[in-house]
Design a protein around this ligand. Structure first.
Ligand SMILES: *Cc1c(COP(=O)(O)O)cnc(C)c1O
Length: 447
């Protein structure tokens, strides 16, 4: 079966339009095929099969047009099939598709590295290495930090998410669905308490003191290669640490010859209203891990940071068959230029203001809305049982389901599964965003 061809990108009609129930008959037919052909472990959040997407909408196989508040998990910041990305990919695909950079190199990879070195915070000499996925970037940042420090231990935090490979599963906090039954995990990973202002009530300095004491007593700086942390925790619940937490952790790492790594896989590239979340926090990590928003939907990731650390690994120690694929690099250059030219950091701030104002109003009359948080176009609501801080995951599941049935794709997250997160494409219009929020408000009221 095939749907009539539809071209994606921003010229798609920017509307919410339902012509069948969700999922419609064609999506249901495809879902039956998926269930018979694809491993069950590969789940789906909303079983509508996409045929086109762009701006702020996704069009499905039945012709429904849904408002996209997820961006494929913070990936299509510039919008799906963004024109500059499409053009760059087409041009590259006609030149060559692959050589393996470590066999015969090409300039697109070098240009992405130059760009990342220049645009990330930190006024010092930098190097970059490119990979395919966020997890692979995290794995390589750990490899590099261990090689440089000649130490083994790695500190991660409560509520952390770093990926699904063996090492990164071990670094991730949440058991279901990420880790359950998939162990044993790699050794020498230690988990420290994070800063979670809504639940711990600690100042940034207090939370940092608690974490540092934990690290000193349970790991020891002499054994510690790296501390890795998301500047706003993503899958863990869009938890922004209390002010001062990250700078204090960084100071301790710098003083103790521990590589400080910021995992900006989800927060990077204009999402939080700054090009990188580090900008807002005033921290300058030794290494960044970057992915998701980097290349407009093509698979690419990077480790970027201090030259002396990055250069410590021997030639041949870093790489991979597909790492820094030329098509993904061409897409990244077009994507980064789009963030800059269209001033999408500013757009992310506008989106953030619309979302937080909307829910602040709603919170006045609904005490199940426990916390509204995040920054820029990475914002979230944590739901609780009325009059308490007990997590209300059932409500969140029901709201996401009702919103989906009404043509709004919204994602959930949180260690306790009680957070609705907003990650709209930065290409979404105000009207469509407001309509999407209204549908969610109705879904909250109905559940
Ligand atoms: C998504 C994510 C990862 C993993 O990226 P993949 O591309 O899915 O491997 C790592 N760290 C953070 C903070 C993420 O949000």
């Amino acid at each position: 079966m095939s749907a009539a061809p539809v071209t994606g990108g921003p010229s798609l009609p920017q509307e919410r339009k339902l012509v069948t129930s969700i999922p419609g008959p064609k999506s249901q037919e495809l879902l039956a095929r998926k269930n018979a052909a694809v491993a069950s472990g590969v789940g789906v959040a909303l079983p509508v099969f996409t045929v086109a997407a762009g701006g702020g909408v996704l069009v499905d196989a039945d012709g429904n047009s849904l408002i996209d508040l997820g961006s494929g998990i913070a990936v299509t910041g510039v919008g799906n099939s963004a024109p500059a990305v499409v053009e760059a990919v087409k041009a590259q695909v006609e030149q060559f598709t692959h050589t393996c950079f470590t066999v015969t190199p090409y300039d697109g990879y070098v240009e992405v590295a130059e760009k990342l070195n220049a645009m990330t915070p930190g006024d010092f000499e930098k190097r970059s290495a490119l990979f395919n996925t966020g997890a692979e970037a995290v794995e390589n940042a750990v490899k590099i930090a261990r090689h440089y420090t000649k130490k083994n231990a790695v500190v991660v935090f409560d509520h952390a998410y770093h990926g699904r490979t063996n090492l990164t599963m071990g670094m991730t906090a949440k058991n279901m669905p990420y880790k359950d039954g998939f162990g044993p995990f790699a050794p020498e990973i230690y988990r420290a308490p994070a800063s979670y202002p809504f639940r711990d009530g600690l100042s940034g300095a207090e939370a940092a003191e608690q974490a540092i004491l934990h690290i000193e007593k349970q790991v020891g700086a002499a054994n510690l290669a790296a501390i890795i942390i998301e500047p706003i925790q993503g899958e863990g619940g869009f938890i922004a640490p209390a002010e001062g937490f990250l700078p204090a952790i960084q100071r301790w790492a710098n003083e103790n010859d521990v590589v400080f790594i910021l995992d900006e896989v989800q927060t990077g590239f204009a999402r939080t209203g700054d090009m990188f979340a580090a900008d807002h926090e005033g921290v300058t990590p030794d290494l960044f891990t970057l992915a998701k928003g980097i290349a407009g939907g093509l698979p690419l990731s990077a480790v970027t940071g201090r030259a002396e650390i990055m250069d410590s690994a021997h030639a041949g120690g870093l790489g991979g068959t597909y790492t820094g694929n030329p098509i993904a690099c061409a897409a990244a250059l077009a994507t980064i230029e789009t963030y800059e030219q269209e001033n999408l950091t500013e757009r992310a701030r506008e989106i953030g203001a619309i979302v937080s104002d909307f829910f602040a109003d709603l919170q006045q009359n609904d005490d199940r809305i426990g916390d509204i948080r995040g920054r820029g176009a990475m914002s979230a609501i944590e739901f609780v049982e009325a009059g308490s801080k007990r997590p209300n995951a059932a409500l969140v599941g029901a709201v996401a389901k009702t919103a989906g049935e009404n043509g709004v794709l919204v994602l959930t997250c949180g260690t306790y599964g009680n957070v609705i997160r907003f990650l709209p494409p930065l290409a979404i219009s105000d009207e469509l965003l407001r309509e999407g929020l209204q549908v969610i408000a109705e879904a909250i009221a109905a559940n």
